[in-house]
Design a binder for this molecule. Structure first.
Ligand code: FES
Length: 143
């Protein structure tokens, strides 16, 4: 068997194309996350919560308060594109809000903030709203 055997096989071309697509999508996702100023974590947040949705994806939201309002909000998720959008929307919506105003942010507001979601992906907004509310609950439980 000569060395050109592998290169001429159709499965090799298919595997190569799949590898190239995998790398391109991975780089695209990393670039989107790095360019999103709301993505990430913060040192010593005043409130932080991490929840796992029914789909198995995790989301974390951390908040920093000053004078009773959120001055910094970050999210992190290992989930889908919609969970990234919804986490970012939750962080954006929480900015400059009081805890009472944050309590009013529900999955409908988050879905509207991202421009709407397909019915089957509304759980991504639910996960973001739940994580935001859990971070608020932890903020109050700290005293
Ligand atoms: Fe899991 Fe979007 S599919 S949060």
């Amino acid at each position: 068997m000569d060395s050109t055997f592998f290169y001429t096989m159709p499965w090799f071309n298919l595997a190569s194309a799949a590898a190239v697509i995998f790398v391109i999508v991975g780089v695209w996702v990393l670039i989107l996350q790095k360019w999103n100023p709301d993505f990430g974590t913060m040192d010593a947040p005043d409130a932080i919560a991490c929840l796992r949705g029914s789909c198995g994806d995790a989301m974390q939201i951390s908040l920093r308060f000053k004078d009773g309002r959120v001055v910094d909000a970050k999210f992190w998720t290992d989930g889908c594109r919609f969970s990234n959008d919804c986490g970012a929307a939750a962080a954006r919506l929480a900015l400059n809000k009081t805890p009472e105003e944050i309590a009013d942010i529900d999955y409908v507001a988050i879905a509207e903030e991202v421009g709407g979601l397909p019915e089957e992906d509304l759980h991504c907004a639910t996960l973001a709203a739940g994580t935001l509310h859990e971070s608020l609950r932890k903020y109050f439980s700290q005293g």
